[in-house]
Design a protein around this ligand. Sequence first.
Ligand SMILES: Cc1cc2nc3c(=O)[nH]c(=O)nc-3n(C[C@H](O)[C@H](O)[C@H](O)COP(=O)(O)O)c2cc1C
Length: 358
Amino acid sequence: MTHPALRTRLCELVGIDYPVVQTGMGWVASAKLVSATANAGGLGIVAAGTMDYAQLESAILETRERTDRPFGVNLRSDAPDIFERADLMIRHGVAVASFALAPNERLIKKLKDAGLICIPSVGARRHAEKVAGWGADAVLVQGGEAGGHTGEVATTILLPQVIDAVDIPVIAAGGFFDGRGLVAALAYGAAGVAMGTRFLLTSDSPVPEAVKRIYLGKQATDTLRTTQIDGHPHRVLATDFTHRMARTNVLTSLPRAIANALRFKRLLGTPWIDLIREALSMRRSQELSWSQVVMAANAPMLLKASMVDGRPEGGVMSGGQVIGVIDEIPSAKDLIDRIVREAESILERLAPGPGEAG
Ligand SMILES: Cc1cc2nc3c(=O)[nH]c(=O)nc-3n(C[C@H](O)[C@H](O)[C@H](O)COP(=O)(O)O)c2cc1C
């Protein structure tokens, strides 16, 4: 029987066995990875930010075919067809909606009214308070050591701040990889952990083997946080390419960003009118400059070059500082089993039964 401390509010809320979440990483969180996580008792989340509507529908159907356990979909709340995507998720009975950027109150209400569990990701206490006020069921808080778009405050500081500020379950992300981290997060008052980089480096993730090997060879100090990719701080592996990017200015990086924005548009089949509408809404809602708006489509294409095309010399590899403590590629199931076993043995050691203390 699972240790009672591991049966958290998150397990009850979503109907999963263990409080372990595989996050929605663009190009990485595929039906195979998500269903492997779900079948192992965790919560897997499909990454929809890099999919068009039809690709999202087939990813949901494929995940459903591979598992009868609950799973989630990570949405970009500024997508022009966000409400159609919400309808799609409702129609196919997706359990959890996760959001890369803060969603709005209307979107949360629509999904919740249809029975979905809404779990926005936040990087600051005030964002957690805001989404909790809008009715979010739980919140994923991501510390600065995390891979992908990230803030600067470390998980150990941000997590207790957010836990003290909201009453809903808080999921800790940024730097987690083992059972010790899970128990530590529970000790802070979190309802579970979410991991990106660690799940990217499993045999169920679709990332090319050669790219996975690059991650394995990196130290904890081999990442950098740069705004040069799409205008927002983004943690990636430090490579010659990212060092060069970090040195360029907006004027020299803009032509590449425009080319990538157009490629991304073609890939997702986005009509011009939607692209313009999205750009205007991003500029307004996130108060971005025009160059930042243009660059917004840059990150997905640079990530695709590494994660899908296997060309890291011309792309970025998002990854957290946790790469410094990861040195092998287990299956998602072996990873979750190991984390749970390790957490249970730590919990038993910390609170031995009567007469066992020593
Ligand atoms: C390759 C990669 C792609 C990511 N893409 C997304 C995304 O599309 N949406 C999102 O909400 N977060 C994204 N993230 C952030 C992760 O979901 C997660 O919060 C983060 O990886 C947690 O930190 P860790 O890497 O230390 O585990 C991405 C992270 C990585 C490493």
